[in-house]
Design a protein around this ligand. Structure first.
Ligand SMILES: Cc1cc2nc3c(=O)[nH]c(=O)nc-3n(C[C@H](O)[C@H](O)[C@H](O)COP(=O)(O)OP(=O)(O)OC[C@H]3O[C@@H](n4cnc5c(N)ncnc54)[C@H](O)[C@@H]3O)c2cc1C
Length: 381
């Protein structure tokens, strides 16, 4: 068993870290204040192959493994978890195109998704259905010309910002088998957006409701086959969960690194605060927690890459564990900065706010426990 990253993996991590330090970190707080990320960031990330991290090389993507991709998200999140997580959503959509789009649809959308001239959003959640996503009500009626879509999607990252939306909509019966995935272009007739959501974290990512009022979509925008959209939407989630966990890990590591430096500089009672053994023990606890989380995450990513039968269970366990560790560590780092941790200038409070939502989305951590427990009960026989 070899736990070391390969030279290539080290290079991927270093490249993403350097990009984040140069192009993201200096602007992260301003983008948060402005509530948006300049669109010209994305083609620069695309030049590194980050627009289609695990899109097959055959279709023009980078063809990386899921483990490699977690390294990119961990590295970028050292600079800003909100930007990195936004990139993860686009990548999830690009992979859906790679896997399921017809050749015609793929040729139409994938090249610009890979260069990130077309930024994609993923639209599953609705005001009345989140965890119970298969209860979604947005309907796409088939007409002679294509589909007419009606309904509302809630909490859409990139709503009103993205260039295209992969929308999970009902084309048939109730339940998961009546759902299809359909691409809706920005500017489509009948497509509109709610107001900008005022959020605790991820503030640089615009989040809005996406509304469809007799929205007309060409029949050719159906992704794959009718009735399989829920399966496609869920298939992306194992990897999405790894990415989100990696975002928690990278940002928490950045908070810990900053805290280690700060504790050497800050004095109290005549000595640097890193000389108090109680605080040294807290540093050690955080280091142990993060290293264990990293090993667990990479094991889960390896299982997904290997198509291991318990990959879904491991992705769920890693998502739950790593996102909770990440938030715990970030919160402790804020505490160790004293009052300064609460000030935006030190960057720690942003990490605490950004990481909190990782316990809620890509399936809440309660749903992660549900997935784990169901598998345990099934295995018991
Ligand atoms: C900032 C942000 C960005 C988002 N971006 C996107 C996006 O781009 N695209 C998208 O489609 N969605 C997005 N979401 C939505 C997100 O995926 C949902 O919020 C999430 O799935 C939870 O759904 P809900 O909010 O409806 O909560 P609910 O499903 O109503 O859950 C409420 C509570 O009940 C618990 N619960 C529910 N069912 C069970 C159960 N069976 N057993 C135990 N506990 C249960 C939940 O864990 C939670 O604690 C985003 C959300 C946020 C906050």
């Amino acid at each position: 068993m070899d736990f070391a990253l390969s030279e290539e993996q080290e290079a991927i991590f270093d490249m993403a870290t350097a990009f984040g330090e140069a192009e993201i970190a200096p602007h992260a707080q301003a983008w948060e204040r402005e509530g948006t990320i300049p669109k010209d960031l994305w083609p620069k990330l695309a030049e590194l192959g980050f627009g289609g991290l695990y899109v097959s090389e055959e279709n023009g993507g980078s063809g990386l493994s899921r483990l490699d991709a977690t390294l990119v998200f961990e590295a970028l999140s050292q600079s800003c978890a909100s930007v990195a997580a936004f990139l993860s959503i686009h990548n999830m959509c690009a992979k859906m195109l790679d896997n399921y789009a017809s050749a015609e649809l793929r040729d139409r959308y994938l090249p610009r998704a890979l260069t990130m001239e077309t930024f994609f959003s993923y639209c599953l959640t609705e005001p009345g259905s989140g965890s119970d996503a298969a209860a979604l009500k947005t309907r796409a009626e088939r007409t002679n010309e294509g589909y007419v879509m009606n309904g509302t999607k809630a909490f859409i990252s990139g709503g009103g910002y993205s260039d295209a939306y992969i929308v999970m909509a009902r084309t048939g019966e109730d339940g998961p088998r009546g759902i299809s995935s359909i691409i809706v272009d920005d500017g489509a007739e009948g497509l509109s957006f709610g107001g900008l959501e005022d959020k605790m974290g991820w503030r640089s990512q615009p989040t809005r409701q996406v509304q469809f009022d007799d929205c007309k979509v060409p029949a050719g925008n159906l992704l794959g086959e009718e009735g399989k959209g829920f399966r496609y939407a869920m298939a992306g989630l194992d990897g999405g969960r790894l990415n989100i966990a990696a975002c928690s890990l990278g940002a928490a590591q950045a908070a810990l690194d900053a805290t280690l430096t700060y504790m050497g500089e800050r004095k109290a009672f005549g000595k640097p605060i890193d000389q108090f053994q109680a605080l040294q023990f807290r540093l050690a606890e955080m280091e142990i927690e993060l290293q264990a989380a990293r090993t667990f995450l990479r094991q889960a990513a390896w299982k997904l890459d290997e198509n291991h039968p318990d990959a879904t269970k491991f992705c769920a366990m890693a998502k739950k564990h790593v996102t909770e560790v990440g938030s715990r560590v970030a919160d402790q780092c804020l505490q160790l900065h004293g009052g300064y941790g609460y000030l935006a200038d030190y960057g720690i409070e942003k990490i605490v706010r950004d990481l909190r939502v990782h316990q809620i989305l890509e399936g809440t951590n309660e749903i992660m426990r549900l997935i784990v427990a169901r598998q345990m009960l099934a295995e018991r026989g």
